[in-house]
Structure formats: C-alpha cells, structure tokens
Design a protein around this ligand. Sequence first.
Ligand SMILES: Cc1cc2nc3c(=O)[nH]c(=O)nc-3n(C[C@H](O)[C@H](O)[C@H](O)COP(=O)(O)OP(=O)(O)OC[C@H]3O[C@@H](n4cnc5c(N)ncnc54)[C@H](O)[C@@H]3O)c2cc1C
Length: 426
Amino acid sequence: MNYKQRIVVIGAGFGGLSFCKKIDKSKFDVTIVDRNNYHSFPPLFYQVASGGLEPASISFPLRREFRGKKMKGCRFNYGGVRTIDTGAKTVITEYETIPYDILIIAAGTTNNFFGIPDLQQRVCTLKSTSQAIRTRNEVLLRLERAAIEQNPDRRRRLLTFAVIGGGPTGVEIAGALGEMKRYIIKREYPSISPEEVNVILVEGSDRLLRTMSEASSEDALRDLRKLMVEVRLNKTMKSYDAEGLITFTDGETITADTVIWTAGVTAERFDFKNFMPGACPGGRLPVDEYNRVEGTDDIYAIGDISYHADEVWQKGCPQLAQVAIQQGECVAANLNNPDKSRPFSYNDKGSMATIGRNHAVVDLNKVHYSGWFAWITWMAVHLISLLGMRNKAVVLLNWIWSYFTFSSSLRLILRQSINPSSPVKN
Ligand SMILES: Cc1cc2nc3c(=O)[nH]c(=O)nc-3n(C[C@H](O)[C@H](O)[C@H](O)COP(=O)(O)OP(=O)(O)OC[C@H]3O[C@@H](n4cnc5c(N)ncnc54)[C@H](O)[C@@H]3O)c2cc1C
C-alpha cells in the first residue's frame, strides 16, 4: 500500500475547514486538531452577546461536519496545541503528541490588550463563543442590578457600557446595545429609563470602520447616533481600574462597569521547538507567496495567523474570513497538484457591517451603499456563509421573529457551575 503523507491542521475555523474540504483525502492522511469540538461563526458573536441569537445557532459540531461528503476521510482530534516541535515533526496538545509530514497552522488570533495592566481580567471580549456568552451575562447582570439599585452614582455606573474599538465588531456591538437602549429597556426593565443608559463607542483614529470607505464610516456614525450611541473619535484608552474608571491618554476619564474590548487582535502563539518564526505585525507568521512559513518547507500558515504580503496588499492581506477560505483552498490545490502550484492572490469580494435593524454599510469594489438594501445584503451574505441548514433556518427565523416582536427569549443569565472542577483527567 502507498504511504500517505500525514497532514495535521491546527484549527477548524474558516481556513482549516476550507483546506480540509479541498485536500485530496486519497493522497493524504488528514487530522484536524481544535480546542473546541465545533466550528464557530465570529461575524455573529455580537448577536450572541446582545441576546439576539443562541450560541448553538452559530456553531457547528465538527463531528457532524466530518460525516459530510467533502470532509470524509479527515479525522478530528480534540485538544489545544501548545507546542510545535519542527525537529521531531510533532504537534503536542494537552492530551497527545501527533506526528506530521506537513503542518497547516490555521489557529487564527486572540485578543490584544496592548500591555495595558490588568485589562484582560476586567473587560468583556468577543473573540470566541464562550466570550460572547460571558459578555451577554455581564450586560444582563448589570441591567438586573441597575433595575433594583437606588444609589444614582452606582446606577449610572451600572448603566454605562463602553465599547472600545470602532472597527466592524465595535460598531456592530455598539449598534446592538443602542437598539437595546432604544427598544428593549422600556419594555423589559420598567424601572430603568432609556435615557439613563449610556452606550459609548470609543475609537482611537478619526473615523469608524477605518478599513472601509469614508462613506461607510460617515453612514455608520450617523446610524449609531440615531440609536443614541455616543461616539468618541481620536480617543485612546490608557487604563481601566478596579473601580470602573477608564482613563484616556488625553487625561479625560469616564466611569463604566462594563467595558467591551474590540480594539485589537494578535496571532495565537505556540511554543516552537527547533525553529524560531520571523517577527511580523500582530505576531503573525510570515509566509511566502504559497503560504509556506518562511524558513520551513513543510509548514504552511493560512488565515488570520498568516502574514501574506504582495504587491496589492503590501501590509499583509486583511484578517477576514474570505482570505482564510481562499488561502485554505489555494494551499490544498497546490498540495494536490504540486506541478500546477500557483501563488496565492486574494480576490477581494468587499466588506460590510451592520448597525442595528434596517441599517448596514456595504463596500463592493468601488460601489458603496447603505441603509435597508445594504442590511438585506448583509443578512443574505451571513446566512449563506453559516454552516448547516439547521443553523441557517434557526438564524433566519430568529431574525424575522425579533424584527416584528422586538422580543427574545435569549436574554438569560446562564452562569457556569463551578463543580466538578476538572471532569476530565489528562
Ligand atoms: C467578533 C468578530 C467579528 C468578525 N466579523 C467578520 C466579518 O463580518 N467578516 C469577515 O470576513 N471576517 C470577520 N471576522 C474575522 C474572521 O472571523 C476571521 O478573519 C476568520 O475567522 C479567520 O479564519 P481562521 O481560520 O484564520 O481563524 P478562526 O476562524 O479564528 O479559527 C481558528 C480556529 O483555531 C482554533 N485554535 C486556536 N488556537 C488553537 C490551539 N492552540 N489549538 C487548537 N486549536 C486552536 C480555534 O478554536 C478556531 O476554531 C470577525 C472576527 C471576529 C472576532
């Protein structure tokens, strides 16, 4: 029997899954490792955090995905990769050591707190499903607490929600909180007046959605203001202390019990043995035109964790789902047919962001549009991109239901039980 080269893929996100779908399983023995047993859909994390969608509707069990035709022949191993030993050609998780002939690193990014002391322990984040659930719990908890709080200072602090970072995620979560303030508070929390709720969106540069067109930035600003979101531009956060005091670099301060941090990402880190990857912005791994990690010949990096620069994208391809998907497909095609290898080139299909119901901004090449039609485009694109027919149907039904009723059964505070403390022994 012919020896099949062993490919190990770290990460079952957009890049890892697109690679696994395209790689020829008759030629390669493929194992994908992920610290979660599901694929998640980050563009809709903000809807989980604001109680609009249940986590299960934007997550897809990997074992079910691997039963499908395109993935048949791939193996899924649960575990978080800590070490990559390029000498022994193994990846090491908390449970096992997996040998590889070819390694695909598709582990994405994590939050970047830019070294601000204790920030990680104090802010809510949106980089994973569990972080989105935690953010939802924290927001709902503040509302419940405020509803029975008599002290005006304490009440103001509980009802101030600061979102740091005016990129798409910051704009989308601020818009969702603005909608909550405008449409939900009065109905569900009669002892809170919507005017008492402060949603503040803070951005360090002079415009929102910096990676999109200026028209999109202006439209997003206008739509957020309509939702009573206070937008502060040219403001950089310096610290956030245990008393809820946010201090900006210009000396101004505000007090908020909830800070949602969307201001930056950095590549997932591994403990490399026998190899030291080059340094790139955001901790990303430098790759050549074929997405091979520089200095190696059997390790590839795709998606957010890779730094792929070319003539068009001189500062590296953007960290977007489409880039990850296209890189996964390109690397798989090159491994399937090495004689016909082609360098990666990103086909930019545009970008979009939504700002509450009926409002979104869309940039497609040189065309920009906003408003209701952009919102319909945004919903259609996100529904098509979601994995699984059931998820698509549930999300669509949820959107239609909450569009007409403004009501959601998902505003539950679900806390994790602390026991048993460690159900699985290593
Ligand atoms: C809140 C939010 C909103 C976004 N909105 C959009 C949008 O609207 N449009 C868009 O194009 N892009 C959006 N993005 C960016 C998009 O999600 C990423 O570009 C895309 O997910 C990158 O794909 P990837 O495969 O590189 O990484 P991911 O999709 O992040 O997948 C990485 C996978 O690796 C796993 N992993 C990580 N570390 C380890 C480890 N040590 N061991 C094992 N497994 C590991 C993770 O569990 C995960 O499954 C958004 C991102 C966020 C966070």
